[in-house]
Ligand binder design. Structure first.
Ligand code: WTA
Length: 677
């Protein structure tokens, strides 16, 4: 069956802590009084009987040039088309339509990492001007037009959303690569998306260092060129316009400083392209179970409607709110819930350049106090880190969150309680949002004013999302049975990605083949969407997510494929075999442990361990750095020669390895266990 599953013999879900059901915690009357959604009948309106027309409510939050005729077109199942016939522009919806009433309102608050640098407050008018001028540059200088792809490799600075919105204005498909990814990872994405323009920044601040980022662009262009994709132009924003912050030389005829070129487009205004609702807005690459990342293709109309609707009702964003999501825009969370959702709602969104624990444990709370942030959004890994270094810090600052989000991994009830009591000062409503790069927006969460919170549970499906749990034999696990299985979504929804860029077969195989009832069917009921997570549903309809069931791991909330890390290790000449397993970590959630068998004739050494670890960092990025590189004599294998990652995972997690007598080389298990003691 599915190629993508063949090799899974251990997964995150198996090492998950299966905590129990906690008691309900209720939102305050104060929160409910101001909430956007307080009507429990929303769940009837968004029931399966009212599907797909219920999503008109979300589409109507947007401004359309031409209203759509068909809510959902299933003729090319499972590539669903939403709001067909509609014409819309995302940049217009995030900027222009707010100008008449809110020109002077802050769209983006930028918090630079150096404490001595002032905040920047970009109004909607200024955002409009900067996006238009840069769109003119993209069109007239870089020659980009509707449907072209362009790769962005940018840090957390306002120029990133400006670039995204300028692309959206022209109908150019942006593909932002997380700034922390290496030049090599960027090259792979340039090649896959066939980008001939790369947009980057010369440098950015991280933990007190001004990091040379332009260097990555040179590697990316070089490697992409070798792989058949020439980059004609590299557009480089300068962290300090007019000042060189990177020692890397400019390549003549290829590299251009944006701020120098921009002068030529002073005062330019670009009419937004009237895009079909189903025209792609962006690609977001994500790790899958093979070494090759998948370009998740998101639509314009469906995606924007979904992130706007969920931002309004799940995150409770009002135009007057100051909203801070600490994710990186290089991940889907940042696209949906820093840029597109909040700006479509005319809120003020905060962009923070650096790490929230630098220079001290109070940094995040100082920013919250300074900017009067009232909605806060972050990942459990960050909450754990902030708690570890400064459990009492939040109390020292005068901020008051009305609402807080967590995303990316399961949150331990104990950590949840600290978040609620200390960060939320006992009054903020919390939503634990479960979703994925592929899904564009939230799948499960409580609705903050309607459903009580439950620590450690994500909650029920959000309006219009109908989860179902199947067992290994495609039998539905009865609702509320409290039994673990593979969580799927029964119905399509507008935020879902349209396909994997250039690889429809892989899209169908990975997400739909497993539980598809009839591959010829054009009826959405036959195509449950496989999320790749294990979950249990409690009798009250709340889900607890246990973790991935495949070769994907979540390291500090960053999604990585174990196969990607293994392929990176295999680039080292001495390596014969590589196996990555997930290990539990008290702050990062999960860390990768890397087991290596060397080719005959090579000796284990610390230098070699470092060489392999460095190779992983340069192939993928520092975020993928293994906890340890274990150079083992041999891998534990089945008689048919398959590496038993499950055994390695048990050793790494100090768990019982179980019965290994059926292995081809059972004696090696004890050897490896002794090493890791
Ligand atoms: C995990 C991030 C538990 C899950 C938006 C999913 C979660 C993967 C939660 C997607 C949560 C995300 N509770 N697990 N609230 N949110 N996950 O694509 O395993 O970077 O499949 O999207 O993160 O990661 P991705």
């Amino acid at each position: 069956m599915a190629v993508e599953r063949e090799s899974v013999d251990t997964s995150e879900a198996e090492i998950a802590v299966h905590w129990g059901e906690e008691n309900y915690v209720y939102p305050s009357a104060e929160f409910i009084a101001q909430a956007n959604m307080t009507d429990p009948s929303v769940f009837d309106r968004f029931s399966l009987e009212n599907f797909p027309n219920c999503f008109k409510e979300y589409a109507d939050l947007l401004s359309w040039y031409e209203y759509w005729q068909t809510t959902l077109d299933t003729s090319d199942a499972p590539c669903w088309k939403w709001f067909v016939g509609g014409k819309i522009n995302a940049s217009y919806n995030c900027i222009d339509r707010h100008l008449a009433k809110n020109r002077n309102k802050t769209a983006i608050h930028f918090a630079p990492e150096p404490v001595g640098e002032k905040y920047e407050h970009i109004t909607y008018q200024e955002l409009y001007v900067r996006v238009n001028e840069f769109a003119a540059l993209l069109r007239d200088f870089a020659g980009l037009k509707k449907g072209d792809r362009v790769t962005l490799h940018m840090p957390m600075v306002p120029e990133l959303p400006i670039t995204m919105l300028a692309c959206a204005r022209l109908g150019v498909i942006h593909s932002q690569v997380f700034g922390g990814f290496s030049g090599k990872a960027c090259a792979d994405r340039i090649v896959d998306s066939q980008s001939r323009v790369l947009i980057t920044m010369d440098a950015y601040w991280r933990s007190g260092h001004l990091i040379d980022h332009k260097h990555g662009a040179d590697i990316a262009c070089d490697l992409a060129g070798k792989d058949g994709q020439k980059v004609d132009k590299v557009l480089i924003w300068q962290r300090y316009p007019g000042k060189a912050s990177s020692p890397t030389a400019m390549v003549k005829g290829r590299d251009y400083f944006v701020n120098e070129e921009l002068n030529k487009y002073y005062g330019a205004r670009i009419e937004p392209e009237r895009m079909s609702a189903e025209a792609p807005l962006f690609l977001m690459y994500t790790s899958g179970t093979t070494g090759k990342p998948k370009g998740c293709q998101h639509s314009t109309g469906g995606y924007l409607a979904y992130v706007t609707g969920t931002s309004k009702y799940v995150q409770d964003i009002h135009p007057e709110d100051v909203y801070w999501c600490m994710a990186d825009i290089g991940w889907i969370t940042g696209h949906s819930y820093i840029v597109y959702g909040p700006l479509a709602l005319c809120a003020s969104t905060v962009i923070f350049e650096g790490v929230p624990t630098f220079p001290d444990a109070g940094r995040a709370w100082k920013i919250a106090q300074d900017l009067n942030v009232n909605i806060f959004h972050t990942a459990p890994t960050t909450i754990r880190a902030l708690r570890k270094i400064g459990p009492d810090e939040p109390a020292k600052y005068k901020f008051k969150f009305k609402h807080m989000t967590t995303v990316g991994e399961p949150i331990e009830p104990e950590v949840w309680r600290w978040y609620h009591e200390v960060v939320g000062k006992g009054t903020a409503a919390i939503v634990d949002t479960w979703w994925q790069t592929e899904t564009g927006g939230f799948l499960c969460s409580t609705l903050p004013a309607i459903k009580p919170m439950k620590a450690g549970s994500t909650g029920p499906g959000v309006p219009g999302i109908h989860p179902i749990i199947f067992d290994e034999n495609a039998k539905e696990i009865p609702r509320g049975a409290g039994k673990a299985g593979n969580i799927c979504i029964q119905n399509p929804w507008p935020g879902a990605f349209q396909t994997i860029w250039g690889d429809r077969d892989r899209f169908v195989r990975t997400y739909y083949e497993r539980y598809c009832k009839n591959p010829k069917s054009k009826d959405w009921r036959d195509w449950p969407y496989l999320t790749g997570d294990a979950a249990v549903e409690a009798p009250d309809g709340y889900y607890r997510i246990l973790g991935r069931i495949d070769d994907v791991i979540n390291v500090s909330g960053h999604r990585l494929g174990t196969k990607e890390i293994e392929s990176a290790a295999m680039t080292v000449a001495e390596v014969a075999e590589a196996a990555v397993v997930p290990v539990k970590h008290d702050v990062k959630g999960i860390e990768p442990d890397l087991y290596i068998a060397l080719k005959p004739g090579f000796k284990a050494s610390e230098a070699l361990e470092k060489k392999i670890s460095d190779a992983v960092c340069s192939e993928i990025g520092k975020i993928a750095k293994p906890r340890r590189v274990w150079l083992v004599k041999d891998m534990p294998k089945t008689r048919s020669g398959k590496i038993m990652r499950r055994v390695l995972a048990s050793i790494s997690n100090k768990k019982d390895v179980g019965d290994v007598t059926t292995l081809a080389n059972p004696e090696i298990v004890e050897d490896i266990r002794k090493m890791s003691k």
